[in-house]
Design a protein around this ligand. Sequence first.
Ligand code: FAD
Length: 317
Amino acid sequence: MAKVLVFIDTPGEALKKASLELLTIARSLGEPAVAFNGELQDGVAAALGEYGAQALYRPSAAELDDYLVGPKASYLAAAVQDSGASVVLVENSAEGKEIAARLGIKLGAGVITDVVAVDPDGTAHKSVLAGSYMTTARATTPVAVLTVKPNSVTPEPAVTGTAPQPATVEVPETATAASARVTARSDKPASGRPELSEARIVVAGGRGVDGNFGPLEDLADALGAAIGASRAATDAGWIGHDAQIGQTGKTVSPQLYISAGISGAIQQKAGMQTAKVIVAVNKDAESPVFEIADFGIVGDLFEVLPQATEEILKRKG
Ligand SMILES: Cc1cc2nc3c(=O)[nH]c(=O)nc-3n(C[C@H](O)[C@H](O)[C@H](O)COP(=O)(O)OP(=O)(O)OC[C@H]3O[C@@H](n4cnc5c(N)ncnc54)[C@H](O)[C@@H]3O)c2cc1C
């Protein structure tokens, strides 16, 4: 049976949904093992077993987090050798993709990024050209490295859980020698909202918001949603660049995407077209956003959104 290695960086207090998705996919491909970095809480180790992990690899060097991605790729390359894995699954974040690229070079492995589905034989599916086409790709190298977008599968625990075998992977000393070291960190102020790329619901605003994200924030809080934005809104400085969705921003695949005051340019679509249900609010009935919307509301967002929020709060009691 193929060995499948899932990389989980700093699992923290509880596993992210994206990590559980990777483990669910790993089980459909073969025998899952996890290479993690950072502290591993007992509850997290138990959850990894519930999701079918047979082995848990930790790095011999504890300070990988003191560096940028280089040493993590070296650690993963060593973990692939130790585990005999033929598939490596990594989350599709900017850092995940950089680790995958470095790992691909180290192992001579085929790398497929932005994956939205994987067949049991390892064939990967991608949504490309602003979601207009689906493509399939399969690495023909002995090891394949896939970075998988969040919300690609429903996480499901294994039928029978395991007690994964712990193992330590020797990280070569040379791994950190020429790497950029992190000298300081500061916490980002918490918004209390879900992380944008993982959120089940996203409320996104564009130039039509005209500097006032208030009605979007109220709606997002009523729905437990994350806030996103078009580039016009982030470039205007109305919201941070980390909220940008699109070709040069984040890619999201939520269950529900509410687009308000966004025209639906191809570069914006590139980041959200795989959302399951798209609701667009725009005062211009000819706006291209309505071409991809499942539900369209022609109207002023400052009138529509507060009504929606009020109704949702009323129904929630
Ligand atoms: C290389 C490149 C990369 C890019 N990357 C990205 C990217 O990653 N993400 C991205 O978003 N863009 C990106 N862009 C920019 C993109 O081309 C568009 O310019 C941008 O998406 C437009 O943002 P917008 O829809 O908010 O603004 P606009 O196109 O100006 O649209 C505003 C919309 O709001 C509507 N509106 C106005 N007032 C209201 C109101 N009160 N109520 C309801 N509706 C209202 C208007 O009818 C209009 O449709 C990129 C461009 C390039 C060239």
